[in-house]
Design a protein around this ligand. Structure first.
Ligand SMILES: [Mg+2]
Length: 514
């Protein structure tokens, strides 16, 4: 436990939903739910306006629709979220070499390791500046918690939400934690909470008062001891940067399930390269290559292969990953792919000369692969138009009307709202699903688009309406006729309700290319 609150926890506010509201002016200030839109879908993120109705992350989307039928139900656009996440992580890395990402929008930072003075005022100043930088760079808001321990910093950022900063001064944590429900502590799920409730323990203060022996009796040695320490605010876990990690992995979730085997292979190759990039950046090498595949039905499996020695050679990792992929059936559709390397060492033991000799071969091979991939992409582009699945929320471009997003589709029609992050709320138009003038688009940048004719750096421009202001005062002139941002749920749900059917009809349609 530190004497100064120099462990920072950043958590972006309702990340996916806020990004969608920033991208889609008509949805600002309105309930937005991002997640699986099919009948078995699950909510990823609900905007604050939707949370008022009781919609929560991990809730079945069907239940969310009952609670909040007027929300916009959107399919996630991970390409965009990853882009914003990269910007945020870059800002964090500027603060300290010790950054521990927990997800796309959440991370711990050890400020002292980055040279911030060990006192409250200095830490607070860094936190406030970070929040301003995040807003300016991404157009979105994040909340910051500062404390002397990771667990407390995370509780602080939760309290700071939305769009705030909370410092827990070392020495005050017991007083602060005392009245909170024991569920606030990490690792206390419904089952543990129920066990504790039956023993008359509800709050963190009661947990501390129960004493270690009683908690061990109730929950077992490991859990009981750990819980007692946390109830006292004791948490000595260090912030672990990637370079000290025991494994390095990268993964991608796809906007639309991948069914085309060539495409799956190309993605695995790309992930292997990204993984090796990170491995090399950290000055590490690893011995075991792992792939992770999540299917359309969320079943997830991993396969691993251990090499004879540690490597940071992209062609070695690529080949191992490809061999592992050969063991996996992906015909039902793939939702997520990951490639990782574990068993890390600080240097490679491969013979340097052998490596030099293979380098040229690897380069040639990489070049060959690039050609094949480019060819495949061209082929895909030349393919005759097939009926597409226009999932709500995805980007489209219309030859005449420009950039917009799918508001809903079904019975042979697709409804598109034509608006951009920098425009006012746009108009809705409906087209036949096979309208040749309509094609999938790319996510537009949330900040720095062709906004105002202002000349200065776009970030400072007046065009940057703060999308996180809950839209209460969005003053962009709404067209008189603009309908509430409600999607034709029944049809869009039906259109998206056939996971795994006809893999051959789906090759890449609607996929955002990277
Ligand atoms: Mg978040």
């Amino acid at each position: 436990m530190r004497r100064a609150p120099t462990i920072l926890h950043l958590d972006m506010d309702a990340f996916y939903a806020s990004a969608e509201q920033a991208a889609k002016p008509s949805l600002r200030g309105k309930p937005v739910v991002v997640g699986g839109i099919g009948p078995r879908g699950v909510v990823s993120t609900a905007s604050y306006e939707a949370r008022v109705f009781g919609v929560r992350s991990a809730m079945p989307t069907a239940q969310a629709r009952r609670l909040c039928p007027n929300a916009a139900y959107l399919t996630p656009r991970f390409t965009l979220y990853r882009r914003v996440s990269d910007q945020v992580m870059e800002l964090l890395h500027a603060l300290s070499p010790l950054v521990e990402p927990l997800s796309l929008d959440e991370a711990f930072v050890d400020l002292e390791a980055g040279g911030t003075e060990a006192d409250t005022a200095a830490a607070r100043a860094v936190g406030e500046r970070l929040r301003r930088d995040i807003r300016r760079t991404t157009g979105l808001t994040g909340s910051v918690g500062l404390a002397g321990a990771k667990m407390l910093a995370k509780i602080a950022s939760e309290q700071a939400k939305p769009d705030g900063l909370v410092v827990i001064e070392p020495g005050t944590e017991r007083e602060l934690l005392g009245p909170m429900t024991v569920r606030t502590l990490p690792g206390v799920g419904p089952a543990t909470a129920e066990t504790l409730r039956r023993a008359g323990i509800h709050t963190i203060a009661e947990t501390a008062e129960a004493g270690e022996a009683e908690l061990v009796r109730l929950l077992g040695k490991a859990h009981g001891t750990g819980l007692y320490a946390m109830a006292l605010g004791r948490d000595e876990r260090p912030v672990v940067a990637e370079r000290d990690a025991k494994s390095i992995s990268v993964e991608d979730t796809f906007d639309v399930d991948l069914t085309d085997r060539t495409r799956v292979r190309a993605e695995v190759t790309r992930l292997a390269d990204r993984c090796v990039e990170r491995l090399r950046a950290a000055g590490r090498s690893g011995r075991t290559v792992v792939i992770k595949v999540r299917n359309y039905d969320f079943s997830t499996l991993t396969r691993s292969e251990t090499l004879r020695g540690p490597t940071d050679d992209p062609s070695v990792v690529r080949e191992a990953a490809a061999r592992l992929l050969d063991l996996v059936d992906t015909t039902g559709g793939v939702r997520l792919l990951g490639v990782g390397v574990t068993g890390l060492a600080d240097f490679t033991q491969e013979d340097l000369f052998a490596q030099l000799a293979t380098e040229k071969a690897a380069e040639e091979e990489a070049e060959r692969e690039r050609r094949v991939a480019a060819e495949a992409a061209r082929e895909a582009a030349d393919e005759p138009e097939r009926p597409r699945r226009w999932l709500p929320g995805l980007d489209v471009i219309h030859e005449e009307h420009g950039a917009g997003w799918v508001q809903g589709s079904g019975v042979g029609r697709v409804t598109v709202r034509f608006e951009q992050p920098w425009s006012g709320p746009g108009r809705v138009r409906t087209f036949p699903v096979d309208d040749p003038a309509l094609r999938p688009g790319e996510p537009l940048p949330l900040v720095g688009g062709p906004a105002e004719p202002s000349t200065g750096p776009a970030q400072e421009g007046p065009a940057q309406k703060d999308p996180a202001q809950k839209g209460a005062d969005q003053k962009a002139p709404a067209p008189q006729s603009s309908a509430p941002a409600t999607l034709p749920n029944s049809v869009s749900a039906r259109a998206a309700s056939e996971p795994g059917t006809g893999p051959e009809t789906e090759s890449g349609a609607g996929m955002s290319s990277r």
